[in-house]
Design a protein around this ligand. Structure first.
Ligand code: SF4
Length: 339
């Protein structure tokens, strides 16, 4: 066990975790909603600091990040646990493991080992991913600090439910984020995820202000979050609050976990969401999880040239040079070189 950061004593018997917007208050021996932070002797400990449950070398496109060091490899790791309980989770065997099995699993890996492995395997970034990185904050923060000194970049793939204190602590350490905007309905967040919408929206605005390269993903679930009005609300929020240059990934759902009676997202719904994004003025809208689609390519919003051609997770840079369209010289927002 490792002493946790971001918590306070409430009284002689209780502590409050301040890492995410649940702000769990825990009595002696109790574990938070994420299943990985525990009150012991009225102090808060993390159970996952040295328990990494998944490690892989991934293409950065898999996060998905399409405007951040395209074509590079990212050293990806995550622990078990999550502060959400999405009934459609596509990674539930990791994220929900502590709640289901009442135990923590993983290999002993230190921040130094993660950074060394990242360099050894020629990855340009480290991604904190697979489950929810907020809940393994201490491991992420220590790893990111070392990585920055080695000129490596740090990426989070997150549900965006961290506390503002947690975000403050990540200032200067994180270079890119893909954040889920799962719905524009608080009811959806409550019923389907055990979360809340508003903190996620606030954090998206904060991440943008912090200068972190931001991309957004919405998993489109038939009958749950695929109505035209809701999709238009999401697109308008991105355009008005974050900017027209923020990429929006609309991802196809496959039945999983507790939502096995649903269907795969029809292509027509994904296309409708795409058209809504474009009609609301977003310049970079992408469809994901659909093999063979041309909607995962990046096109110049001015002359229409194909800048980056993607096939699955493979990216081929065509008409993009120094962050500009080769044909019409339009600047394309993104993080194109590791400076
Ligand atoms: S990280 Fe969130 S869910 Fe976990 S104990 Fe802290 S406040 Fe609760």
């Amino acid at each position: 066990m490792f002493k946790a950061r971001l918590w306070k004593k409430v009284d002689e018997n209780r502590v409050q975790c301040q890492l995410c917007n649940h702000f769990c208050i825990l009595k002696e021996g109790e574990t938070g909603r994420c299943g990985v932070r525990v009150n012991q002797n009225n102090e808060l400990y993390t159970l996952v600091y040295d328990k990494v449950a998944a490690i892989n070398i991934d293409p950065i496109e898999k996060k998905p990040l399409y405007h951040f060091l395209p074509g590079t490899k990212t050293f990806s790791s995550g622990t078990v646990g999550c502060n959400f309980s999405c009934i459609f989770c596509q990674n539930h065997s990791l994220s929900q493991y502590p709640k289901k099995h009442k135990e923590i699993v993983g290999e002993r890996v230190t921040p130094e080992i993660i950074v060394e492995a990242c360099i050894k395997y020629n990855c340009e970034s480290i991604s904190y991913t697979y489950s929810e990185p907020t809940i393994f904050f201490e491991l992420m923060q220590d790893t990111a600090r070392i990585a920055v000194k080695k000129n490596l970049k740090n990426v989070i793939v997150s549900n965006g439910f961290m506390s503002s204190k947690c975000l403050d602590e990540l200032e200067g350490l994180i270079h890119a984020a893909n954040i889920d905007l799962k719905s524009f309905s608080d009811e959806f967040y409550k019923k389907m995820c055990d979360g809340k919408l508003k903190p996620v929206l606030n954090n998206l605005i904060s991440l943008k202000k912090m200068g972190i390269w931001l991309e957004i993903t919405t998993l489109l679930i038939p009958g749950k979050n695929d109505q035209e009005k809701e999709l238009r609300d999401i697109a308008r929020f991105i355009k008005n609050e974050l900017g027209e240059d923020v990429p929006w990934h609309i991802s196809r759902f496959h039945p999983d976990y507790q939502l096995l009676d649903s269907t795969v997202t029809p292509l027509s719904s994904l296309e409708m969401a795409y058209e809504i994004g474009v009609s609301e003025g977003l310049k970079y809208v992408y469809i994901g999880n659909v093999p063979g689609t041309t909607r995962e390519n990046t096109y110049c919003p001015v002359c229409g040239s194909i800048l980056i051609k993607r096939t699955g997770f493979h990216a081929e840079i065509l008409n993009l040079k120094n962050g500009q369209c080769k044909k019409c010289k339009t600047s394309i927002p993104g993080y194109w070189e590791n400076k």
